[in-house]
Ligand binder design. Structure first.
Ligand code: SF4
Length: 339
């Protein structure tokens, strides 16, 4: 069996924040609260959940941009925080993040050539400016910014949102990474251009053998990405994974009430289908704060299938079948007690 390229073990990322502008007391935000998963080379993992569930912090921690409070991140079996400087820099090169905002992620005073040539020269992938220019033109071609000569001397403000996001993808792949963490890569671009970016990521994953972590709040995008690329979906709620499994299986047969809620919220273009779709009425529309998450199951304040035990104990993430995991008492001994 192939060795995992990435293992995330009981990862926790807590931030301390001031309770108010004039307050000196601090509160602890449990952004990521005990997340475990592993990926093999070429795998896709789509992490889906509402804003504030911790998915971006999890992505940043994997990319080495945020230091975890506890837990481990292993790259080919080696803990990234026990690596020496050279190994850690190699890890950082191998895990590239595509950020949500294509407008804030590019230096406005650098040309496309400068943006692409800087990492190429820094990591010694090319030996000089001439080779950097040739490689930059190749990268533009690969991400569909053609003809590349037309784009190479432009500044970011001369590009559309979709073109900027393609440029960011080109910069990410320029250093020949093994893992891409794409954090809401289509949220800030026009709807008409979104599928193009998702298809580009899938195409690059196939051609370059990339391992991709795709982070989104949009189950529709998760469904499109997973349906075309396969892989797993992990559903996050208030810092925890509540359900995980092969994308098709999670979409066709969601287990956790929260996953069912997310799927029910995806708009259906066909009114015939939307009329027959299961409607889910939440107990509350308010999302609890990660500073003070509800005791027991974190979803219990909103869950339509709430039982007494749900507010008393925390449901563990259990392996239900070979490839499905869920954290809900409906699938454990407590459900029988209720029945
Ligand atoms: Fe709902 Fe209880 Fe399951 Fe939580 S454990 S999702 S509250 S049924």
């Amino acid at each position: 069996m192939a060795e995992p390229i990435l293992e995330v073990l009981d990862l926790k990322v807590y931030f301390s924040v001031k309770k108010g502008i004039f307050s000196s007391t601090k509160s602890l935000v449990r952004a990521v609260d005990g997340v475990t998963f592993s990926m093999k080379e070429g795998d896709i993992l789509t992490i889906v959940g509402e804003s504030g569930c911790g998915k971006t912090t999890l992505g940043k921690a994997v990319a080495g941009l945020v230091k975890p409070s506890s837990g481990k991140i292993l790259f080919y079996g080696k803990d990234i925080y026990s690596m020496d400087k050279k190994e850690y820099m190699n890890y950082r090169r191998n895990v590239q993040m595509i950020h949500q905002d294509p407008y804030a992620s590019l230096n406005p005073v650098k040309t496309v050539y400068k943006i692409l040539s800087t990492p190429l020269l820094r990591w010694g992938i090319v030996s000089g400016e001439e080779e950097a220019r040739r490689r930059a033109l190749d990268l533009l071609e690969i991400v569909g910014l053609t003809p590349p000569d037309y784009f190479i001397n432009k500044y970011p403000h001369q590009l559309s949102g979709g073109q900027r996001q393609r440029l960011i993808v080109a910069r990410a792949i320029s250093v020949e990474p093994k893992i891409i963490v794409a954090d809401e890569p289509i949220t800030m671009i026009d709807v008409s251009l979104r599928l193009g970016i998702l298809d580009l990521l899938l195409d690059l994953r196939k051609k370059m053998g990339l391992t991709v972590i795709f982070i989104t709040h949009d189950f529709g995008a998760a469904r499109y990405f997973s349906a075309k690329g396969g892989g797993d979906i992990a559903v996050m709620y208030l810092g925890k994974i509540v359900e995980k499994g092969p994308a098709e299986s999670v979409i066709q047969e969601p287990l956790h009430p929260y996953t069912k809620t997310l799927i029910a919220a995806v708009p259906e273009p066909d009114p015939k289908y939307s009329r027959t779709k299961e409607r889910i009425r939440l107990r509350s529309l308010d999302i609890p704060s990660p500073i003070n998450p509800p005791p027991g199951c974190r979803f219990h304040t909103r869950c339509p299938l709430y039982m007494e035990v749900c507010s008393e104990r925390e449901p563990p993430l259990v392996q239900l079948t070979n490839d499905r995991e869920v954290s809900c008492f409906l699938y454990t001994e407590f459900s029988e007690k209720k029945a």
